[in-house]
Write a protein that binds this ligand. Structure first.
Ligand SMILES: Cc1cc2nc3c(=O)[nH]c(=O)nc-3n(C[C@H](O)[C@H](O)[C@H](O)COP(=O)(O)O)c2cc1C
Length: 329
């Protein structure tokens, strides 16, 4: 496995991602995955947002944008998976290179821009899945959609995915779709949440809906977001997405790269958001994500108030062994 991780580093980041997931999927299909990656931890059933989870550790959005690897990732021992971000219409995303691995700092900078095959493709994969664990779907807006059209994109996706998802995440926090983060502002968010409330009522949606926020909002903004959420049909918060703040990166050549920082340099900032949210509300369900590279980081998220924890960069850097590292007692 260590050999595989060393070899894969030679490939450009997006090719490495695709080769890694397809290799895991191949092993899964020939029934060898669980021989290479034995599940050594026992599942502990967690109830969170009225759903039962096998354990607290899940994949973060972006790892499997189109739901192509649900059964394979599920069989590695994750307690849940979040697929997406998906948009109504398929799109290419931003120009390459748009993923930069910073191995020295256990970090990635990405400016992908919601490259995905569109919501209908994802729904087909959701319908086909054999994995019996929880699958959340993260939804977003197409790059060209602005104003009313942008809100409509979320509603289109919500309508298409809710029957096939265990929960839905409204992603307002990608830094790589122009002005998307404006949706954190009171007026914009109020309008978005009102429309989501109406849609949820019209369609009788009973599945939990989460909002995924940016780590770059200040406390006042987070407090306002929480107030708006309390008056809405939103169940909880996912904290956080990537950060555009590169000031704490140690290597200067990474500071000028456009995109969002994930991995170790994000850990403190995103965990502080969890602590702040849980200091304002003890009851709001929080999914913590950002910088979990070790079991210690995972525990820090839980201690800060996260009921569930997601990983992306830690999985890319350490491979599937990080799952057992985190879940072992
Ligand atoms: C290459 C890459 C692509 C991502 N794509 C998405 C995405 O499509 N939607 C989303 O909500 N978050 C996306 N994220 C953010 C992750 O879900 C997560 O919030 C962030 O990376 C922090 O977690 P980590 O430090 O464990 O990576 C992406 C992150 C990376 C590194």
């Amino acid at each position: 496995m260590n050999f595989f991780l060393k070899v894969i580093k030679i490939f450009p980041p997006e090719a490495a991602h695709s080769i890694s997931l397809n290799s895991l999927n191949f092993l899964y299909k020939i029934n060898l995955l669980n021989i290479f990656f034995k599940k050594i931890s026992k599942d502990e059933i967690i109830t969170f947002a009225n759903i039962k989870f096998k354990n607290r550790l899940g994949t973060a959005a972006g790892l499997d944008k189109n739901g192509d690897f649900i059964d394979c990732l599920g069989s590695l021992g994750f307690g849940f998976l979040e697929v997406g971000t998906v948009t109504p219409v398929s799109q290419q995303g931003n120009n390459k290179p748009r993923v930069h691995r910073n191995f020295k700092e256990n970090s990635i900078i990405n400016s992908l821009g919601f490259n995905n095959k569109g919501v209908d493709y994802l729904v087909k994969n959701l319908k086909k899945r054999k994995y019996d664990g929880v699958v959340g779907v993260n939804i977003g807006a197409n790059k060209q959609s602005v104003g009313e059209k942008r809100i409509k994109d979320y509603l289109i996706c919500l309508e298409k995915v809710h029957e096939h998802a265990d929960y839905v995440t409204i992603n307002i926090s990608s830094p790589n779709t122009p002005n998307l983060r404006d949706l954190h502002k009171e007026d914009y968010l109020k309008e978005l949440l009102e429309k989501i409330n109406t849609k949820s009522k019209d369609l009788n949606i009973s599945k939990p809906i989460f909002i995924k926020i940016s780590p770059d909002e200040n406390n006042e903004s987070v407090r306002n977001i929480l107030k708006l959420i309390n008056d809405s049909s939103i169940t909880g918060i996912i904290a956080t997405n990537t950060s555009i703040d590169k000031s704490n990166l140690m290597q200067d050549n990474f500071k000028t790269i456009e995109g969002g920082v994930s991995g170790a340099p994000l850990m403190k900032r995103s965990t502080e958001k969890i602590s702040y949210i849980s200091s304002l509300s003890k009851s709001i369900p929080i999914i913590g994500v950002g910088g979990v590279i070790s079991k210690q980081d995972f525990n820090a998220k839980v201690n800060a108030g996260a009921g569930l924890v997601q990983i992306y960069t830690g999985f890319v850097i350490k491979g599937p062994k990080i799952i057992q590292e985190i879940l072992s007692i």
